[in-house]
Design a protein around this ligand. Structure first.
Ligand code: VG1
Ligand code: CO
Length: 542
């Protein structure tokens, strides 16, 4: 039944920040998926007879890709594949399953918050035995293999029925179709005080959770409405659609603006929340108060001990470099380590495995903990719920209290999406070349104290990652950071991250863009954004 089929390499299969992401028609090219999946397996050893977890966010092409992956996995000698029913598993649920089944690894099919559908985006990511995205040494090996692949192995068999729970055989491999939610929901119960949250709902606490027609719908229905007793209708857009209803399943103030408007209105529930396409990002807005992801990380780290799963406290905190320094102040006060990593969850895995950190976060709406090795959208919502139930205060009150204690980091990210790649690369090169001359320069009241290209030395495995973002650091602690996105599928996206710290409680309630206006103006000037990208203003501000 096993066939060896000749193929020729593609030159564009380099995994980015989070796996290989391309437009659907790119993945639909002859042998494109087969080449990449065979290259993954060619880069691994020791999986004969082992378990592989497979699932995705249900977007267009999910089902086709899963059939190919199962047949290639069977032909390469895996002993068992565990697949979410209908091919659906959120990214954190894949991570949780890999860990609880002690699987060899898993394949996650998603392009996260990017639009789906026949002309939308698709993605394939390999996760290792700890449940997390493969580290760079593995993704580098996969990429090298895609450049020289000459054949792939595949089982010739009819498609597996992935909609029916149970066990089937595919060649020598067992395929188990499992409930997509069960294992994940059980894990959440071990971390949070479900009774306390249930009491809060019974006592009149209200929330809206927008699943954005993406993967978290089934999870949120079961956990929030069935298990925790939130009112029916709490979950919005809870049916996953292959094209997410034509929207960007991106839980930010642009694509979830209706939620923001609701939270700012007099009809606001106590908590508005949302998650992205594959369920690893989160949006938190209290009545009248948006919580930036960087602040959310800091607040959750400072309050995690209130939840049963973290009652012994937090061992350390990790954040990606562009994420604001709000969490640093919490770590300092708690007397625990703070680790600054490059962008992308794969850099947190070693720190979590070594027990150096308990909570991690990124400014891009990702927060998570050592319960899995991915960021986890619903987990963040549940931790907020548990903290709100324990403290019996509003989101706004908790945030104000946090700023009064630690100070406020005004923070914003400006994205210049789909700009010309040559222009974006030229901007980065020119800015990189000018870094040595920037130190000591003054712009009005602002003086540049340090300017560098961020490099990371992993304290656990000793690996080094360079060119991870250009940092301009000012004498008063403010920062401007520039980097190019590693998840886009068209042109280049320039991300500019702007931050200013404010200790004075009297000055902590300005509108963010106003509070950052001098730095924003400078972000244009220092990098020549308009000259290189022909853009006067960002396309998305978060
Ligand atoms: C973006 C975010 C990064 C995140 C990555 C994957 O990467 O900035 O923080 O880890 O997406 O998130 P980039 O390279 O485009 O800036 V997800 O929810 O797409 O798996
Ligand atoms: Co995502």
């Amino acid at each position: 039944m096993i066939k060896e089929i000749a193929t020729t390499p593609y030159s564009d299969q380099r995994p980015g920040t989070s796996g290989l992401r391309k437009k659907v028609p790119v993945f639909q090219q002859r042998h494109y998926v087969e080449n990449f999946v065979q290259s993954i397996f060619d880069s691994l050893t020791g999986f004969a007879g082992e378990t592989l977890v497979v699932g995705g966010d249900g977007r267009y092409y999910n089902r086709d890709a899963i059939q190919k992956i199962l047949k290639i996995a069977a032909a390469n000698g895996f002993g068992r594949a565990v697949v979410g029913r209908g091919g659906v598993l959120s990214t954190p649920a894949v991570s949780a399953l890999i860990r609880s089944l002690k699987a060899f690894g898993g394949v996650v099919l998603s392009a996260s918050h990017n639009p789906g559908g026949p002309d939308g985006d698709f993605g394939i990511k390999y996760n290792v035995a700890n449940g997390g995205p493969a580290p760079e040494k593995v993704t580098d090996a996969i990429y090298a293999r895609t450049r020289e692949i000459t054949s792939f192995r595949i089982v010739e068999a009819p498609d597996v029925d992935i909609d029916r729970l149970g066990v089937t055989q595919l060649g020598d491999m067992r395929v188990e179709i499992v409930d997509s939610v069960e294992n994940y929901a059980a894990l959440m119960q071990t971390l949070f005080d479900f009774d306390r949250i249930r009491d809060a709902f019974r006592g009149g606490f209200t929330m809206k959770f927008d699943a954005m027609s993406a993967v978290t719908g089934p999870y949120a229905h079961v956990i929030l409405e069935d298990m925790l007793g939130a009112a029916p209708g709490t979950v919005l857009n809870g049916a996953p659609l292959p094209d997410f209803g034509g929207h960007h399943p991106d839980p930010n103030l642009v694509h979830a603006k209706h939620l923001y408007d609701l939270a700012m209105s007099d009809r606001s529930p106590d908590l508005c929340a949302a998650s992205d396409g594959d369920g690893d990002r989160n949006l938190i807005i209290g009545r009248g108060r948006f919580v930036t992801p960087s602040d959310s990380l800091a607040v959750l780290a400072a309050n995690a001990h209130l939840a049963p799963g973290y009652r012994d406290g937090v061992a350390g905190i990790a954040r990606s470099m562009p994420t604001s320094g709000a969490a640093d102040r919490v770590a300092e006060k708690l007397g625990i380590g703070l680790y600054e990593t490059p962008t992308g969850w794969k850099f947190f895995g070693n720190l979590l495995d070594a027990g150096l950190v308990t909570i991690c976060g990124e400014e891009s709406a990702g927060t998570g903990s050592n319960h899995v090795r991915e960021k986890d959208g619903l987990w963040a919502v549940l931790l907020w719920l548990d903290v709100l139930a324990a403290r019996r205060q509003s989101v706004d009150a908790i945030l104000r209290d946090h700023w009064a204690t630690y100070g406020r980091n005004y923070y914003s990210r400006h994205d210049y999406e789909e700009v010309d790649s040559d222009g974006a690369n030229a901007l980065v090169k020119s800015l990189r070349d000018s870094l040595p001359s920037l130190k000591g320069k003054r712009f009005g009241a602002l003086e540049i104290a340090e300017a560098d290209d961020f490099a990371y030395h992993d304290p656990v495995d000793g690996s080094d990652s360079r060119n991870q973002g250009l940092r301009i650091m000012f004498a008063d602690g403010s920062r401007i950071v520039y980097r190019l996105s590693g998840t886009g599928t068209a042109g280049a996206t320039l991300r500019v991250y702007i931050e200013r710290y404010e200790a004075d409680p009297a000055k902590q309630f300005f509108e963010t863009q106003n509070a950052l206006s001098d730095l924003i103006a400078l972000s244009h000037e220092i990098a020549g954004i308009e000259r290189f990208t022909q853009r006067k203003a960002p396309s998305v501000i978060t």
